[in-house]
Design a binder for this molecule. Structure first.
Ligand SMILES: Nc1ncnc2c1ncn2[C@@H]1O[C@H](COP(=O)(O)OP(=O)(O)OP(=O)(O)O)[C@@H](O)[C@H]1O
Length: 378
């Protein structure tokens, strides 16, 4: 007696493998069916190596063929275990942010190296170049963007977008701004856990009426903590700019910052390093350069890490003053500072374009293994 292969396949359609919605024929789990006299050999592939699931599948196949085709059939089942094709561990699930083309995180390992100053000046320079720009101040420890844009007394209003109530970013110098600082009291120390901060930031990005943006700059808190992981889990960051001074301690922390983005399960492309406070130039002696924090440190670090060096910003009094009065220094036209930021901004734009040409779009990363990190215990 020889059984018909089609009858066997029809019978196997009654079986679904654990964890798969489709029946085993439809899902492609049945690789081959051979019939010979009263022998039936079924080759299947499974994605799980678990012994009890393999056993159950084997038993189901034997029982079903005996029941639906013939009780005399001698059924042999060969199971091949194939691990499911693993995507890149990092790659990167999550939702794109409608209307926002690029999210660039500005980070620093060490605090106080001028990350917010660089963010603010990059933003106004991008706006001057004609890009649509937003700044999301995610520096939960010291949100200084409202001050640097002279909007610290403002509070975002609610607007109606497609029937939904959304937060309207505050706009100044052609840049849309939202900051965690708009929602905290100036004298209050807010202690955030990673997931809380990430939820607040999610609202600032997804529940806000940003409209169309070419660039959203994200002013990250200093350091490399679980807040950073939370942010990178919830937001699809296109690339990161790392700010450092040329000082050895700052460079050591910048190296850690770069390493964080490049970590295997994070893999946010690093667009490059900006060196801030590269040299001091007194206003009365504009040709003189004093390398008070060391010379060329960030450039060397960029070379060492094989990432682009985006440019240097001198330490000048007017940058500090401009930050304090809330009008980023790059807005002062025909100055060396405007030129320095133009150079850096052009480099950021071209590195972003290069990145978008060569890598798939980033989505919010999915951190799969980070034992001990409270931000990912979900
Ligand atoms: N190139 C510069 N020349 C002069 N002053 C600068 C320069 N860069 C930054 N500053 C000043 O240094 C101080 C710290 O800068 P900023 O707040 O941008 O640093 P940060 O890295 O964002 O700090 P934090 O770690 O608190 O987030 C500010 O008063 C700022 O005006």
């Amino acid at each position: 007696m020889k059984f018909n292969k089609q009858d066997i396949l029809k019978a196997l359609e009654a079986i679904s493998l654990a964890g798969e919605g489709k029946n085993m024929v439809e899902s492609g789990a049945v690789l081959n069916v051979i019939t010979f006299a009263n022998e039936v050999i079924v080759d299947i592939k499974m994605t799980t190596p678990a012994m009890h699931i393999k056993k159950r599948a084997e038993q189901d196949i034997i029982n079903t063929i005996k029941e639906k085709v013939s009780k005399d059939a001698e059924v042999k089942v060969n199971i091949k275990v194939e691990a499911p094709a693993k995507g890149d561990a990092n790659l990167i699930k999550g939702k794109p942010v409608p209307g926002i083309k690029n999210i660039v995180a500005v980070a620093s390992g060490k605090g106080g190296v001028g990350k917010s100053t660089v963010t603010a000046n990059l933003a106004v320079t991008l706006a001057k170049m004609g890009f649509k720009v937003g700044v999301l101040d995610a520096d939960i420890y010291g949100p200084s963007i409202p001050l640097m844009f002279d909007v610290f007394n403002e509070r975002p209003l609610s607007v109606n977008v497609d029937g939904k109530s959304k937060m309207k970013p505050i706009e100044n110098y052609g840049v849309k701004v939202l900051s965690i600082g708009f929602f905290t009291k100036p004298n209050q120390a807010v202690i955030w856990r990673g997931p809380m901060a990430s939820k607040a930031l999610n609202q600032l990005i997804f529940d806000a009426a940003w409209g169309e943006l070419d660039f959203m700059l994200l002013d990250l808190p200093p350091g490399t903590g679980d807040i950073h992981l939370s942010i990178m889990q919830s937001l699809p960051i296109t690339g990161a700019v790392v700010v450092s001074t040329p000082q050895t301690v700052a460079l050591a922390d910048a190296r850690k910052g770069v390493a964080m983005f490049q970590q295997e399960n994070i893999q946010v492309p690093v667009l490059g390093i900006v060196e801030n406070m590269s040299y001091f130039t007194p206003a009365e002696l504009p040709e003189n350069k004093y390398y008070i924090f060391g010379d060329g440190g960030a450039k060397n670090l960029a070379e060492d890490l094989e990432i682009p060096f985006l440019g240097e910003v001198p330490l000048v009094q007017s940058i500090r003053e401009a930050g304090d009065v809330g009008r980023p220094a790059a807005l002062q036209t025909a100055t060396p500072i405007e030129k320095a930021f133009e150079e850096i901004t052009k480099n950021v734009v071209s590195e972003t374009v290069k990145r978008n040409d060569t890598l798939p779009p980033t989505e919010a990363i999915k951190i799969t293994t980070m034992a001990g990190c409270s931000a990912v215990k979900k």
